[in-house]
Every structure is written in C-alpha cells, then in structure tokens.
Design a protein around this ligand. Structure first.
Ligand SMILES: [Zn+2]
Length: 381
C-alpha cells in the first residue's frame, strides 16, 4: 500500500511517512508498518497477515510503482485522483480512483475469473467506470487465455483492445485485436509515453486522433474459409456445432457465400459465432427487404441460440453481439447490399448481391483492399 492513516486520522503517503510514527490501514484499521530502505520502494504492509480487502493484490514492486505512476500522470494532467481509494459501499479498494468516478485497477498477478467479474460488476453497479490495466506479465502474454479475454474492451474506432502498463518504461501499450490468420491472432500494438499524454485520454479515447489500423486484402476471405475447414477436420466442437446448424440450411461451412467470410474481423469473444450472426443478418434482410436497425437486431438475436455467446467481465454478450452486427451491416453498406432509406430504414438491395467471381472482381477494382476497422457508428441507431 502507498497510503495509510496516522494517529490523527490523516492520510499519509509512504513517501512522506516516517518510521517513528504508527500507521493504520484505511481499509481494515489494523496496524501497518512502513517499509522504507535504500532499495525498497517505500510502502506500507499489514503488521500481521490479514484478510483485508487491501491485500487482495500481492504488493509487488511493479504494482507499487505502477500505482504511483498512474497517480503522477493524473497530477501532471491536472486530474483529481485518490490513490488506493477505499469505497465502503462496495468494500473494494481501487488502485487509483480518478475524479471520483473512474476506477483504475492495475492487475499484475493472475486472479480468478469469478473474482474479476465480481469486482467489475460491483464497480458498475455503483456507477463507477472501471479500467483494468495489465502488468507486464499478463499484458505481454502471447496466448489469449480465457482470463485475458475478460480484460478486453472495445470502442467504436479501436475495435477490441486491452491495456498494459510497462512500469519500467513509463509506457501504456494498447493492443488491438484485429483478425486471425493461420490460427494466429494478428494484433497491433501502440505505445504511449505517460510523460506526454494523459492516461485517462488513452483509456477513454477522448481527444485522440482516430486512425485506420490496417488494410485487409481480399485474400483474407480464403484464409477464413480455410481456417474453418481445418477446424472441421480436427473436430473443433464449436465449429462442429456451427456446421450442424448450416447443414440444416443445406449449406456447408467451407462453401458459404463470400460476404459471410469477408471482411475477416476477429471477434475474440465470439468463438466463430460471427459467421452465424452474419448468415442470420443476411437472411433477415433478404426476407424483410426493409426494416430498421433495431428490428434487424431483434430478429437476429431471437434466432441465435442463447448459449452461443458468453458474458465477459468488461463486455456483456449483447455488446459483443451489437458490435459484430453493426460492423457487418456497415460492411454490407460499403458493398451496397444494404442502402439507407430515409433516416433509419435499412433496405436490402438484391441486385448488389455478388457471387464469388463478381465479389473478387469488385475487390480487384477497389485495389483488393478493405480498410479496417470500418466505422462502427456508421449505422443509424
Ligand atoms: Zn487492511
């Protein structure tokens, strides 16, 4: 801990504290000792082992330094903050609470998914926005584990992202999850020096210039198709379920119309389910010809099996679904299969539906590339 109470009930930072005084944990009120030395990063520790909420994250040097880096960044950019803010209403302590509403959790060590969901839910329930920022070990892990999926956020311009703080370099790294290729997830990383930019701006994206991250060639379509065939061959359960579903509609997963494979967005929280969402979207549009985005959303959702999607700590399944659908409709608008009529009617345009050959030609003309991410908010809600 970096903050403790003294006898006069004042909050004292470990940098100002002196060894001759007695300090108490602001959380459980038990006595804490000041650890200060030539090498040690000054901090407080409970005198005796306790089940205090404040000790939920082991106090590694990385964790201590990270919290003070975040605090320093807030101070530099004139944001009110509270270090290790104890929130009695939820009996949780935020590593840093900014402007009384934005909780930053700097997560250096592993924790259970249940605990992560519980903590996140509590914050949201009490109207705090919470940002989990990963430490170097979790943040630089190559494999996207189930735990790591729960730390993923998305926004309209950046798609699926997570955040990692590299304490030693004073850098915040944003990882963008873009698409998958040969079973590997293609990501892009962008680094921000915390000496130059406000952490809150990076997390919430306000004031940052949006930019296109990648151009996806048409060939990506073939990639996705091949990937699905491979998964079928190795009897991947999720893909097998999908195949069964498409069989019922006399379709094979590896021979679907091109616009179901392309663009090859990666939906890390959907486990291949985007193909079914696209198919249903297309079906609904084809049958109804004209409807609002809301109606489309409802119709597709009604036909999705409830077990097809999971809730994640930071992203509920409805958000993930909406993101996937909205991106797809944006794409259909790009290739003119969907047109907007009036202010909010989506119209299906049969003549623009292309077969494989036409699709390929179309993208040849457009220099075979599609720029990602498509703007998520192109759809009129
Ligand atoms: Zn305590």
């Amino acid at each position: 801990m970096l903050i403790a109470k003294n006898d006069a009930q004042q909050m004292i930072s470990s940098h100002e504290a002196v060894k001759s005084e007695i300090y108490y944990c602001p959380c459980c009120q038990n006595e804490v000792v000041l650890k200060k030395g030539k090498i040690k990063f000054p901090h407080f520790a409970h005198k005796t082992l306790s089940n205090c909420e404040a000790t939920s994250e082991p106090e590694t040097l990385e964790h201590l330094k990270g919290k003070s880096l975040i605090a320093r960044n807030c101070a530099t950019f004139g944001l009110a903050y509270e270090l290790e803010a104890y929130l009695p209403e939820i009996n949780q302590r935020a590593d840093v609470l900014i402007q009384n509403k934005l909780a930053i959790e700097f997560q250096c060590s592993s924790l259970s998914i249940e605990r992560l969901i519980e903590r996140t839910t509590q914050y949201k329930k009490h109207d705090y926005q919470v940002f989990w920022v990963l430490g170097s070990r979790l943040g630089t892990q190559k494999h996207l584990t189930e735990l790591k999926k729960h730390f993923i956020y998305f926004d309209c311009f950046r798609g699926y992202i997570d955040f990692c703080l590299l304490v030693e370099d004073n850098l915040l790294v944003v990882t963008y999850y873009l698409f998958s290729k040969n079973k590997k997830i293609v990501t892009r990383k962008k680094q921000f020096s915390l000496g130059e930019i406000s952490l809150v701006n990076i997390l919430t994206e306000c004031g940052l210039k949006t930019e296109y991250l990648i151009q996806q060639p048409f060939e990506e379509m073939l990639n996705r198709r091949k990937q699905l065939s491979d998964q079928l061959l190795c009897s991947d359960n999720i893909v097998k379920d999908l195949q069964e579903y498409f069989y019922q509609h006399n379709l094979h997963l590896a021979h679907l119309p091109p616009y179901l494979y392309f663009p090859n967005f990666f939906h890390p929280l959907l486990r291949g389910e985007d193909i079914r969402i696209r198919w249903l979207t297309f079906e609904v549009l084809q049958n109804k010809k004209m409807l609002t985005y809301r109606e489309l959303q409802q119709d597709v959702l009604e036909n999705l099996p409830p077990e097809a999607m999971d809730d994640y700590a930071n992203l509920g399944k409805h958000q993930v679904f909406d993101y996937c659908l909205s991106l797809y409709v944006s794409f259909l608008q790009e290739i003119k299969v969907v047109k907007l009529s009036g202010s909010n009617m989506l119209c299906f345009n049969e003549e623009s539906v292309m077969n494989n050959e036409q699709f390929k030609k179309f993208f040849k003309k457009r220099s075979e590339r599609l720029t990602l991410p498509l703007k998520y908010d192109m759809i009129i809600k």
